[in-house]
Design a protein around this ligand. Structure first.
Ligand code: HEM
Ligand code: FES
Length: 778
């Protein structure tokens, strides 16, 4: 893209007609100039509206907003993660400047909304967050589950026999508000008043009210503020009440400088909005999305255990918080773009959640997706939503009740959905559904009312996202190698995948990774090839001896940790043995793209090498075979020495082949070599050979002990620090954290030699301390 370099190519000079310039003196592209977060495509679908940006200009200056907009997953996450360089202090600032008249109105009410948690800087933020965390622990949240279930039942009872309802007005708006008020500990008699006020706050903060509207909104916000103060007073009189606000009032006794009066008053108001609208909108988005994807709705009706993952996938695909804000506290960079101190950033999580660099087939709704919890709808890092597990609980119960009691519900056709124009919160104003009450299952079988499924509190467990596939065909691909063709048992389409992607196949107690190697255009099947490995952990032997057509297997994925960058001009594909599986898919893709590529494929003997016929047929002269028993050796030195400049090397095969390449690559430009290891060695911990050590979490001010029988990741989870992980074998890079100091025993396959030498980051799923203590930026 024209603006990707840190220094703009024009140095600020404007050739011909003068284009507008960004604050760093770069010309503003037409797309960036046209970007308007309050109307048009962004309001229709923020992720789609920023597709161009994800692809061409991932960080751009929006003159209409006066903000830098960030759209890629890695960038958005990096900004969330670094709340010192990117301060959240502007998170609740009014995005549309307030008119004098509105300011005067607010002043009359002594409006004093101040820092709460979400917009507080360190170290004050972490101290306060820790002090107020307990009511969000799973044990505490469990006390609210019965109330959420009861409320949901009551609301469904009211609509069940009507045959038609606006789910937003008749259920999804009200329940989260009531739950929020209960959670906060608001007395029953004040609930109705607070209800009427809460919406004004959103328009006030994230919307673009006209000058006249501003005064009216300010009037309501002012009243809300005053009323919040009264409710707080009432709580102070009754210090033993249940709820998060009374808990804060009690904490104030011990920690008056951490839990301040200003905090309590501000949170009394902000807390309602944080807990209410976010959840109401997310629920409405979820029902719209699932009812628009009828097959998936049906599948959930048949199998409620899919609900936690379905909720998560809806939060990813169509979350209720679509963008968040930060401000740069120093001159810095995001990707290649220079960001001056004081720049305001709109980080668009909805766009990040549809970034194909992180989510395979990002635009497909896939309730089996097993990295869906990586979505950024709850933010990330030390400010990540504290209420996420309460929101999840509510959304799961709504979905569980409605799929069980009204499975035949459908969207009223041809309705148009409207949204309140604002940058950050998104959910339809109305959601009309209809059904035939005569067909309600509870009329035939009232026992249905009692037969609900409950879920543990927290993020969905990975294994619940497993997809059951049927073996269609078992084919002897070469000596010692079988190829399996898998399909959906109901004949449905499977998610699309990209070359380099793999499946996690569960066989008994084992989970094994197998690269996809079939036809990328066939949406109904997956193919994997499995080498019988006598030394293997048992999975491959099972597949060879026992797998037959029609058997069912559990799979996770597809996932891709070995992604083909399609922008290069020339490619060298290197495979050893069964390492050909991802390479064959890459070769097919490169041929399709019309690229210059060569395949170098080494093996023991032709009869033991998979796909030889197919490769000869499809890739002809580009294929070079090296069966060692015929004395043909792959000369990696020569091959890479002669490579054209700009060549990208992709390699998969045995460890010695990859180590050799990695050694050669030390002299190459960064990012030229891409390798995939089958599996990392020594991921099983042997406690008798390990040492225990301490890990200091600088951002959180915690020290965690890692005993010899635990990974750092496990020890972090045990104290409630969520670090995302995926492979848990040091292969994927998901669990990377920044290291501040300490000597790391790096055991992953992600970092290069030079990255290890830098000692700035580590993979916590497998790497440990060599000695002494580690300090992490967590
Ligand atoms: C923070 C989203 C529900 C309480 C946040 C943040 C986001 C968010 C994006 C900022 C994260 C960051 O800066 O990294 C959501 C969504 C929800 C939801 C999408 C529903 C689907 C709730 C509920 C509660 C809640 C139900 C409370 C009961 C909070 C609090 C923070 C927060 C207290 C501030 C945390 C901090 O700064 O340390 N939420 N939220 N949220 N949320 Fe939520
Ligand atoms: Fe994959 Fe740690 S989780 S490298």
């Amino acid at each position: 893209g024209p603006l990707q370099g840190g220094r703009c190519p024009f140095g600020g000079a404007s050739p011909g007609s003068a284009p507008a310039l960004s604050p760093t003196g770069c010309p503003i592209s037409a797309n960036a100039a046209a970007f308007d977060p309050f109307e048009g495509p962004y309001q229709v679908d923020p992720a789609e509206a920023l597709r161009w940006s994800r692809e061409q200009e991932p960080v751009f200056y929006s003159p209409k907003l006066g903000y830098w907009v960030v759209s890629r997953y890695e960038d958005v996450k990096a900004i969330f993660r670094d709340n010192r360089v990117f301060s959240p202090s502007i998170a609740l600032e009014k995005i549309t400047p307030v008119s004098q008249a509105a300011q005067d109105t607010l002043k009359r009410y002594n409006y004093g909304m101040n820092r709460t948690l979400v917009n507080e800087d360190e170290p004050a933020h972490m101290e306060r967050r820790r002090a107020l965390m307990e009511p969000f622990t799973p044990e505490e949240l469990a006390h609210h589950e019965g109330m959420v279930r009861r409320l949901t039942r009551e609301y469904v009872d009211r609509i069940a026999d009507k045959g038609r309802a606006d789910l937003v007005d008749e259920m999804l708006w009200e329940i989260p508000l009531t739950v929020a008020l209960h959670f906060l500990g608001v007395p029953e008699e004040d609930m109705d008043t607070l209800r009427t006020y809460s919406i004004a706050h959103t328009v006030n903060t994230w919307g673009r009210p006209s000058p006249e509207e501003q005064v009216a909104v300010a009037e309501t916000v002012g009243k809300f503020w005053q009323y919040a103060g009264k409710v707080l007073e009432k709580m102070r009189q009754d210090p033993d009440r249940h709820g998060w606000m009374p808990y804060g009032i009690r904490k104030q006794k011990d920690l008056p400088e951490v839990v301040t009066d200003s905090y309590l008053h501000s949170m009394m108001m902000a807390g309602i909005v944080a807990a209410h609208e976010t959840t109401a909108h997310a629920s409405a988005n979820m029902f719209r999305l699932l009812l628009e994807n009828r097959e998936i709705w049906q599948e959930i009706c048949e199998n409620p255990s899919l609900i936690p993952n379905a909720v998560e996938e809806c939060l990813r695909y169509s979350g209720s918080v679509v963008a968040w804000r930060r401000i740069a506290t120093v001159d810095t960079r995001i990707g290649d773009v220079e960001i001056p101190k004081g720049s305001k950033l709109l980080i668009v999580s909805a766009s990040a959640n549809h970034d194909g660099r992180h989510f395979e087939n990002p635009d497909e709704l896939d309730i089996y997706r097993d990295n869906t919890t990586d979505h950024l709808t709850f933010g990330y890092g030390s400010h990540q939503c504290m209420g996420k597990n309460l929101a999840r609980m509510e959304m799961r119960i709504f979905l569980e009740e409605l799929t069980r009691r009204l499975p035949h519900m459908e969207l009223v056709p041809n309705q148009t959905f409207t949204y309140l124009p604002n940058t950050s919160f998104r959910g339809p104003d109305h959601l009309w559904v209809q059904w035939d009450p005569a067909a309600n299952p509870e009329r035939r079988d009232p026992a249905i009312l009692e037969r609900f499924t409950a879920f543990p509190i927290g993020a969905p467990a990975k294994r619940d996202a497993a997809r059951q596939l049927r073996v269609r065909e078992v084919h002897a691909e070469a000596n010692g190698i079988v190829r399996l063709t898998l399909e959906d048992p109901r004949g449905r389409r499977l998610p699309r995948w990209s070359p380099g992607a793999h499946l996690d196949v569960t066989i008994g107690d084992y989970v094994r990774k197998y690269s996809l190697c079939g036809d990328q255009d066939d949406p109904y099947t997956f193919q994997i090839a499995v080498l019988r490995d006598p030394q293997g952990r048992g999975g491959s032997a099972f597949i060879h001896e026992r797998i037959r057509p029609d058997m069912l297997v559990r799979i996770g994925g597809p996932k891709n940790h070995f992604r083909l960058e399609e922008g290069a001009s020339s490619y060298l594909l290197v495979a050893g043995g069964i390492g050909i599986t991802p390479i064959v898919a890459m070769a097919d893709r490169l041929k399709r793209l019309g690229k210059d590529y060569a395949i170098h494929y080494a093996g023991r003997a032709l009869e033991t090498m998979a796909f030889v016929e197919r490769l000869r047929r499809d890739h002809g002269e580009r294929l070079h075979l090296y069966p060692s028993c015929e004395g043909r050796r792959l000369d990696l030195e020569a091959l890479t020495r002669d490579a054209k400049p700009g060549t990208q090397v992709y390699a998969c095969g045995p460890e010695r082949l990859l180590t050799h390449l990695e050694r050669l690559a030390e002299g190459w430009p960064d990012g030229m070599l891409h390798v995939e290891h089958f599996s990392s060695a020594g991921t099983q911990l042997d406690p008798s050979r390990e040492i225990g050590f301490d890990v200091e979490l600088r951002d959180s001010g915690l020290t965690v002990h890692v005993p010899p029988d635990q990974t750092v990741l496990q020890a972090l989870r045990a104290v409630g620090v969520d670090v995302p992980s995926d492979c848990e074998e040091g292969l994927c890079g998901t669990c990377e954290v920044n290291l501040i100091e300490g000597e790391v025993d790096h055991r992953d396959k992600v970092l290069t030699q030079s990255e290890r030498a830098e000692n700035r980051r580590m993979m916590v799923c497998c790497s440990r301390a060599r000695s002494g203590k580690l300090s992490l930026a967590l």
